[in-house]
Design a binder for this molecule. Structure first.
Ligand code: ADP
Ligand code: MG
Length: 357
């Protein structure tokens, strides 16, 4: 089921929790809403679900306007972080619940409900536990039951709001892969909310980066990571270093030094230079590069992380170097970003220049 969000605004009192949000969700895709706490992810999910209604704008399911329809009419499956299972019901009863409460005209017979529950238990790899009560399950198992329960009604859209948020890191990673496999085998249109970038990038076909009630960028995980289109996305996804620079006649200047980046076509003025700590080349001498003094150096897994003071110690950037690269404190290092972007400081919303060396 395609879901189209068209210019949606949601106000609480007069505060706009969502501001002119438009988004096309394609049938069968797994899309992640990623953003810091308070950016409007849950609000958007609740509007898609029909748990709440937009102040203005519209939501379409396929060609049908769904903005004013109820949750039941939209036929939505949910899993929330703390969407407690019914404590007094067994696993099988929990999974069958959504079917059992249907009006008799659309309710499957009991034997069919049992069969479906057992099929779904297979799918979520909990066969044999149908008679257990929620208190007899681990947190990860409970969320799997919650997913089976959401799938039981054959939802048109599956909505998950930080479903693994309360679980420990190891279990989260396992469930993430498992969810992706389930998605691939069932093909539901799925919207997954998370504030965890690793989760979003690993799981989703496309990632929607949200900030302050708006959408900052929509793209595949590769696009979002390799080609951020705003300082916010650079800062929020992955690691980035930032330097205040000046553009003059197609040259990028840090303080009084041209740093060897070609900015032809960019208008003169102050800008922020962004790059990833690993997207750099080290240079021997410095005719057109950034030079600095190592302020701190630490080993992180297979790399060395170096904090470099540059521009007369006024700025710090982070670099990622091979472990064999010597980087003693106070030693000098010169480098140049290989992939980078400039964002003009005046009128940040204005044009920016993507660049790759
Ligand atoms: P997220 O899920 O990204 O953390 P939410 O969608 O829950 O963000 O919230 C977005 C903003 O809307 C927050 O500032 C939050 O305080 C506000 N908000 C959410 N729901 C309500 C509500 N029912 N009443 C008033 N403000 C709300
Ligand atoms: Mg939320």
């Amino acid at each position: 089921m395609d879901v189209r969000i068209d210019n949606v605004r949601k106000e609480f009192d007069r505060f706009a929790a969502l501001n002119d949000v438009s988004l096309d969700i394609r049938s069968g895709e797994l899309i992640a809403l990623l953003g810091p706490s308070g950016s409007g992810k849950t609000t958007l999910l609740r509007l898609i679900a029909g748990l709440d209604f937009p102040t203005s704008g519209a939501i379409y399911f396929g060609d049908e306007e769904a903005s004013r329809k109820t949750v039941q009419e939209r036929n939505i499956g949910f899993v929330f972080q703390h969407y407690a299972l019914f404590r007094h019901m067994t696993v099988a009863e929990n999974i069958g619940f959504g079917l059992k409460v249907r009006p008799s005209a659309t309710r499957p017979p009991r034997s069919e409900i049992r069969r479906r529950a057992s099929e779904l238990l297979d799918l979520v790899q909990l066969s044999g536990l149908e008679g257990r009560y929620p208190s007899q399950l681990s947190g990860g198992q409970r969320q799997r039951v919650a997913l089976a329960r959401a799938l039981a009604i054959e939802p048109r859209v599956l909505l998950l709001d930080e479903p693994f948020g309360a679980l420990d890191a190891q279990v989260r990673r396992e469930l993430r892969r498992w969810l992706r496999e389930i998605h691939d085998s069932t093909g539901h249109t799925t919207v997954f909310v998370t504030h965890d970038q690793e989760e979003a990038l690993e799981l989703a076909d496309r990632v929607v980066v949200m900030s302050q009630g708006g959408i900052e960028q929509v793209g595949t995980p590769d696009q979002i990571y390799d080609d951020p289109t705003s300082p916010f996305v650079y800062g929020f996804i992955g690691d980035s270093s930032e330097l205040p620079v000046k553009v003059e006649n197609g040259q990028v200047w840090l303080e009084d030094r041209a740093i060897g980046l070609d900015a032809s076509g960019v208008s003169d003025g102050e800008a922020l230079l962004y790059f990833r700590p690993h997207d750099i080349e080290l240079l021997d001498g410095c005719g057109g590069c950034v030079a600095g003094t190592v302020a701190a150096s630490r080993r992180v897994a297979g790399m060395r992380r170096v904090e470099l003071e540059v521009g007369g110690s006024r700025h710090r950037v982070e670099l990622e170097l091979p472990t064999e690269q010597a980087a003693a404190e106070k030693s000098r290092i010169a480098f140049r970003p290989k992939r980078w972007k400039l964002f003009p400081i005046a009128g940040r919303s204005g044009a920016h220049l993507p660049r790759a060396a």
